[in-house]
Every structure is written in C-alpha cells, then in structure tokens.
Design a protein around this ligand. Structure first.
Ligand SMILES: [Fe+2]
Ligand SMILES: [Fe+2]
Length: 230
C-alpha cells in the first residue's frame, strides 16, 4: 500500500514537470496527497508517546506565549529598544502555540488538565521577572529556552530512535511522524535563537542571575514533568 503511494507521488511529480505546473500549485497538490496517504499504524506505546509529545508541547508553547505577553506588557513602553525584540519572539511563540493547538485537534489529544495553571504561572513569571529588570526578564528567557531547547532535543532523539523502523519515518512512511519531527526541529531552532537573543540583551547581567536562572529552570522541568502526565 505504501509503495503505491510513493509511486503515485513520483508519477504526479513527473506529470507536473511535463506540463510546467507553477511551483505553489504543485506543492499544494503534493501536500494534499501526502496528507491523505494511508497512515501506518503506530504501536500502542508509540501512540501514547506521540500523544504525550503533543500534550506537553502544546502546554509549553501556551506557557511561552504568556511569558512573552507578560514581558511585553511590562517592558515594551518603558524600554523602546526592546519592543521589537520582544514582539518578534512573542509572535514566534504565538505561531508555535497555534501550531500545537491545530495538531492537538487533528490528532484528538486532550489538553493538559492544569492548563489554567500554565497560563497564570507563565504570565506571572514573564511579568514578574520583567518587573525586577529587563535583564531579569532576559535571564528568564535564557533559562526557559535552555530547558525547552533540551526538551525538544530529547523528544527528537526518542522520535528518531523508537519510531525509526525506517518505514515510519522515511519515504512511504507515516506522514504524522514526519510532520511532528519537522515541526519540533523548526521550533527547537527558534527557541535556541531566543536563547541567543536573551544573552545578547544582557541576561547574564541579571541580579541575582544564578538564583533566577536555576530557579526558573527547575520550575520548567517540574512543569514539563506534570504536563506530560496530567
Ligand atoms: Fe516556542
Ligand atoms: Fe521560545
């Protein structure tokens, strides 16, 4: 069944070449076909892990969205040179959050049951650190993005290892696994860019730096642990 899908895609692609189909139209049609490829069934354990990835990442991106909302609210007017920097990162978090919202709906994964806690806690963390100082807000970003970058790398390792009966990942494989891997890779890169931005804007000059960053890293680790399970 999967071999046929691959051949179908190759055939459609060859026809596009022959009739000079415009690139955007070609990609739209190819994506539609890929999305409707028969899905290779995941094992029960793989499905449980897959759902957990979507649940925790949706909660995490919701949290990130509210952290930046809190920072922006407190800092954007007082420190105009930070306005665009914060807005750019916040916009990316909004995009991450809405992507995981869509994945959650698409795969019928229930959200974390303590979502209101993530919303309030994240906003308080963003606004609270921003009220201390712009450097403290950046230290918060540095700590959060360090943990999230590592968390995404952990997930990529598992997805690439335990889902890598090759046919699940490549070619005729399972579109949903490829999709989540590509999404996480892209978001991981964005988070690491946020980490660099935080350092560039003096996160290391925050007082008290160690207390703030280590405290926030621990809060993030506990939140990840809880959101994966509850
Ligand atoms: Fe994010
Ligand atoms: Fe981020």
């Amino acid at each position: 069944m999967f071999k046929h899908s691959k051949k179908l895609l190759q055939g459609v692609e060859a026809s596009f070449e022959a009739i000079n189909t415009p690139l955007t139209q070609k990609n739209q049609i190819l994506n539609m076909i890929k999305e409707h490829q028969p899905v290779k069934q995941l094992t029960k354990d793989q499905r449980a892990y897959f759902n957990r990835v979507i649940r925790v990442d949706q909660a995490g991106e919701l949290g990130a969205n509210y952290i930046y909302a809190g920072q922006y609210l407190v800092l954007a007017h007082k420190y105009p040179h930070l306005k665009d920097v914060l807005k750019h990162m916040w916009d990316q978090e909004i995009h991450h959050h809405s992507t995981f919202n869509k994945l959650q709906l698409k795969h019928g994964v229930r959200p974390s049951l303590i979502t209101p806690l993530w919303t309030l806690g994240a906003f308080a963390m963003g606004a609270g650190t921003a009220l201390i100082s712009p450097q403290a807000a950046m230290a918060c970003t540095e700590a959060v993005e360090t943990v999230i970058g590592g968390h995404y790398n952990d997930q990529l390792r598992v997805l690439n290892t335990h889902f890598k009966n090759r046919e699940l990942i490549e070619g005729e494989g399972n579109y949903e696994i490829n999709e989540i891997i590509e999404t996480i890779k892209q978001f991981r890169d964005d988070e690491l860019e946020h980490l660099d931005t935080a350092i560039k804007y003096d996160s290391k000059k925050a007082v008290p730096y160690i207390l703030l960053t280590e405290g926030i890293k621990n809060i993030c680790r506990i939140a990840i642990f809880a959101a994966e399970r509850i």
